[in-house]
Design a protein. Structure first.
Length: 95
């Protein structure tokens, strides 16, 4: 009789300890809220921005850079296509 009570006590204690262990080790979503301060800066317009010729010259430089980048891309695509063309011609020559 005393042994049964002892076994029940051990089982009950084991059950409680197991439940506590599971609850403690469950994945917890720790949400951290951070407050971020943003510094506002005023955009400064350079003096030359009011000069129409200077603005047009700057736009022309930008357009030139865009065209150069596009030309480089097109040249690279041509090189890839030429390489593929050569491969196809070689393979066709084997038949």
């Amino acid at each position: 009789m005393l042994i049964l009570k002892f076994i029940k006590l051990l089982l009950g204690t084991g059950l409680v300890v197991t439940i506590m262990y599971v609850v403690i080790n469950l994945p917890q979503d720790n949400i951290v809220y951070e407050r971020e301060e943003v510094e506002v800066t005023k955009e400064v317009t350079p003096d030359w921005a009011s000069d129409e010729e200077a603005v047009k010259a700057a736009q022309a430089v930008i357009r030139k850079k865009e065209l150069q980048a596009e030309l480089a891309t097109v040249n690279q695509e041509i090189k890839v296509k030429q390489t593929r063309k050569t491969e196809i011609e070689k393979e066709l020559g084997t038949y």
